[in-house]
Design a protein around this ligand. Structure first.
Ligand SMILES: [Zn+2]
Length: 384
C-alpha cells in the first residue's frame, strides 16, 4: 500500500524500508520544502539534515511532524501504529517494540493526537485554551479545566457515522444543573458520567474529577437512553474505555474521539490512516472562540449571558426558577444560532439529512420551552 518513492536504498534493510515508507507519506509529491517558510528545494547538509535556501532554517525530513514528537525510529513508529490498529494496550505495544512503557504511552498519545488533528473539529479541541491544549505539541500553558468547568461532549448518531462533539456551551456544572432541576437521567461508571438523551444527542458525556461537586442526588439507578441498547456506539465504547489505563479527565476526549473513529471504521484497517496522520505536520491553531474553555473565558461568557437577561445570576446553580428555565431556553437559542457556524465548520462531513433532523429536533425542543429532553418519565427527587 505504501510504495516508496525512493528506491535507492537496499530493499532488504527494514529500517531503510520503514523510513522510505514514512518519507513517501511526508512528501507525497516527492518534493521537500521548508517547514518554516514553505520554500522548496532545500539543500542537503551532512548527517541527512536539510537547510532552507530562503530562511536558512536547518531541519530534517520529519521536522514539524507528529513523527518527530516521541523519539521513535520509523520502524518503531510503523510497529506502534500496527499495534494501535489492532487495539493493543500501551503495555502490550511496549513489550512488542522492546521499548519502555512510558515511551510507548507517550507515542500512543502522539498517535491519538495526530488522528484527532485530522478531524474537522480539531481546532475546538486542540487550539490554545481548548480542552486538549495541554497535550498539544509545544503546550501553550493552558491549564486543564477542573471540577464544575470540566468540558461536556455529546454523542450524536448520524445516518452513516457517529460523532463525539465538544459542546462548548455546556460544562459539568450545566449537567449537574440539568440533573437537579430538570431531572436529566444520568449513569456513572467510575469517573465517566453519561446522561439520558439531550436534544439531538444520544447522550451527554463527561469525565468527572474529584473536585466536581457531585453531592446530590447520590447515585441514581437510571437506565439512560444510550445504555438501553439504542446506541451501538456506546455499547462499543463502554467496555473499551475500561481498558484505558490511567483514564484522566484530560485524556478523556482523546479516547472518545479515538473510539468514534474506530467505530466508524470498524471492519477497515486503521494502519494507513494512522501512518498518514503521523506523517502530517503538527498544526498550529489560533485560539478559537468556539474552543475557548479556560475558566476565565467561560466566566466572561456567563457574565455576557447574564447581561442579556434580566434578574438572573447566570450561574445555573440553586433551585429551579423561571430564570433557570430561561437559561436552558437561552442555551437552546445559542445552540440553534451556532448550528449555522461552528456546527457546519466542525462537522463538515455530516450529511444534510442529519442537519435537517437536528434542526427539527431543535425546533421541537424550543417549543417545549426549556428542559432537556428525556426519554424517560421524571424521576422523583432523591431523599438521600
Ligand atoms: Zn525556510
Amino acid at each position: 500500500m505504501f510504495q516508496p518513492t525512493d528506491r535507492s536504498g537496499p530493499a532488504s534493510d527494514p529500517d531503510a524500508e520503514a523510513r522510505r515508507t514514512l518519507l513517501a507519506l511526508c512528501w507525497p509529491e516527492g518534493r521537500k520544502s521548508c517547514p518554516r517558510c514553505g520554500a522548496g528545494a532545500p539543500y542537503q547538509l551532512a548527517g541527512g539534515r536539510l537547510r532552507c535556501g530562503g530562511c536558512r532554517y536547518t531541519f530534517h525530513d520529519f521536522t514539524g511532524r507528529w513523527l518527530n514528537e516521541a523519539g521513535l525510529s520509523p520502524r518503531q513508529w510503523i510497529a506502534l501504529a500496527r499495534a494501535f490498529a489492532r487495539e493493543a494496550t500501551a503495555r502490550e505495544a511496549a513489550a512488542e517494540l522492546g521499548i519502555a512503557y512510558n515511551t510507548a504511552y507517550k507515542a500512543l498519545t502522539v498517535l491519538r493526537l495526530a488522528l484527532l488533528a485530522q478531524e474537522p473539529d480539531a481546532p475546538q479541541l486542540l487550539a490554545p485554551g481548548a480542552p486538549l491544549a495541554p497535550l498539544a505539541p509545544g503546550g501553550d500553558g493552558t491549564l486543564a479545566p477542573r471540577g464544575a468547568d470540566l468540558p461536556v461532549y455529546g454523542i450524536l448518531t448520524g445516518p452513516a457515522e457517529v460523532f463525539v462533539d465538544l459542546l462548548p456551551e455546556l460544562t459539568a456544572a450545566s449537567v449537574l444543573h440539568f440533573m437537579r432541576n430538570f431531572r436529566l437521567g444520568v449513569a456513572r461508571h467510575g469517573g465517566v458520567i453519561i446522561t439520558d438523551r439531550y436534544k439531538s444527542y444520544d447522550a451527554l458525556i463527561l469525565c468527572a474529577d474529584e473536585t466536581l461537586p457531585w453531592n446530590e442526588p447520590p447515585r441514581r439507578r437510571d437506565v439512560v437512553y444510550a445504555e438501553s441498547g439504542a446506541c451501538p456506539f456506546w455499547d462499543f465504547a463502554r467496555p473499551r474505555l475500561r481498558r484505558f489505563k490511567g483514564l484522566s479527565c484530560l485524556r478523556f476526549p482523546l479516547y472518545m474521539k479515538e473510539l468514534a473513529l474506530r467505530f466508524n471504521m470498524r471492519g477497515a484497517d486503521l494502519l494507513p490512516v494512522a501512518l498518514t496522520a503521523l506523517c502530517a505536520p503538527t498544526p498550529h491553531f489560533a485560539p478559537s472562540p468556539a474552543g475557548a474553555s479556560t475558566p476565565e473565558q467561560r466566566e466572561q461568557e456567563r457574565e455576557h449571558d447574564a447581561d442579556d437577561q434580566t434578574g438572573d445570576d447566570g450561574k445555573g446553580e440553586g433551585e429551579a426558577t423561571p430564570a433557570d428555565e430561561d437559561i436552558a431556553g437561552q442555551t437552546e437559542q445559542r445552540k440553534t444560532r451556532q448550528t449555522k457556524t461552528s456546527k457546519q465548520r466542525s462537522r463538515g462531513r455530516r450529511v444534510r439529512q442529519d442537519e435537517q433532523q437536528s434542526h427539527e429536533r431543535h425546533a421541537q425542543a424550543k417549543e417545549n420551552q426549556s428542559a432537556p429532553q428525556s426519554s424517560h418519565a421524571p424521576i422523583p427527587p432523591s431523599t438521600d
